[in-house]
Every structure is written in C-alpha cells, then in structure tokens.
Design a protein around this ligand. Sequence first.
Ligand code: URA
Length: 237
Amino acid sequence: MDAEQLRQYLEFYQDLGIKTLYRQAAPAIATAATAAIPMELPPLAPTGDTILKIVEDIGDCQRCRLSKGRNKIVFGVGNPESPLVFVGEGPGADEDAQGIPFVGRAGQLLTQMIEGTAKKEGIEILRKDIYICNVVKCRPPENRNPEPDEMEICGQFLHRQLSVIRPKVICALGGVAARALTGHKEGVTKMRGKWFKWQEIPVMVTYHPSYLLRPYNQEAKREAWEDLKKVLHYVYD
Ligand code: URA
C-alpha cells in the first residue's frame, strides 16, 4: 500500500468516527527489515456503489464476532432515496429475529414519534418514506453496546449506505450512533438537540427510543419530540 492509499484509508476511517486502528500481530519472522506488516483492511466504497452492491458485499458476513450469535443481518429498511435517515445502535432481539431494524418496542415508539410528529406538524410522511439503519448490522449479545472493533468493521457498510443515499439530514438515535457519526465523545444528554456533520451532511442527535421507554424519562421524551420537529422541518419545509 502506498502513502496515498494509506491517506485515503485514514480519511475514510476518520469519517466513520474511528480513532483507533487495530493492527494484526506481526508474523513470527517479521524483523525491522520486514516492517511492512500486511493488514487486512475493509474496502473503500467502490465507485458507482448501490444499496444492492452493499447487500451483496455483506453477504453472509462473518467479519466479526457478532456474526456468531445472530439470526439475521439487519441491513436497513425504508426508502433509499429518502432525504432523511435514522441511525440506531444495533439490532435487538426482535430485529434479529425479523431482519428489520426498529420493529420491537423501541421501534414501535420510533414509528409513533415519526408519524405522530409529522402529522401534527402537517408533514405528510410515514415511516416507510424514510430510511432506517444501524451502526452494526448484527445483534450484540445481551444487547450490550457494540465494541469499537465491531463498529470499525461494520462501519464500512454504514458509511457506504449513507454515501449512496446522501440524505439531507441524518438523525442519530442515542450516544453510540451519535459518537460513531460525529466523532465527538460526549454523552447523548450533552449532544442532543444540536447539529453536527457527517461528510457535510447535517446530523441531529437525539435520545435512543429505548431510553425513552423508561417511565421516568418523560422530560427526555418531550425533548426528543422537539429534536424530531427540528429535523422534520429542516428536511421537509
Ligand atoms: N435498537 C437499535 O439501536 N436498533 C434497532 O434496530 C432496534 C433497537
């Protein structure tokens, strides 16, 4: 790999919010003279990329440990020409069973929030009109947060999805998605309601719907509705 290729890779990772690269262990025979240790890097987005090509490239993905416990890869759902994309963290049990993002309780709340807010604001959109996906496409065990290396490996597909769709706005649901997309390190409470950027595309951060399901989070629910209103007006006015 020459310096120019390496620069392109590093920029690509930076766009994914990745700050740490994991180098494979050096082969036993490596010496100072053989310092160029081969690294297996995910491919950069190919030119003329399409959603179909990304699905094909994911295939029956075994690139990280999350593949071991998954039932279905949860790629994304909705209109790939949508000006608005929601990005969550990773599939839960219902999503893993159905292969569709945000279909469990949190998903139902998300649908209700999108459709209810749009209707109230006089914007004619339904969930099917927008696009929804996650940072990682396979369910983390026990619904734990995805690990940095899992996000790094799977992030290439999110990067390609967003590059193909190039929406007007991305809405990051929860801290994991917010940090992955923006590269900022703060918690979601600090970031929510604010605009950030992913590759020049405005990113609004809001709470994850599963956080809003907790009964004591009524104030957060109100704030999330405010965030969503901002997003919908920005996109559809
Ligand atoms: N939580 C997420 O982050 N994504 C889903 O698809 C479902 C729950």
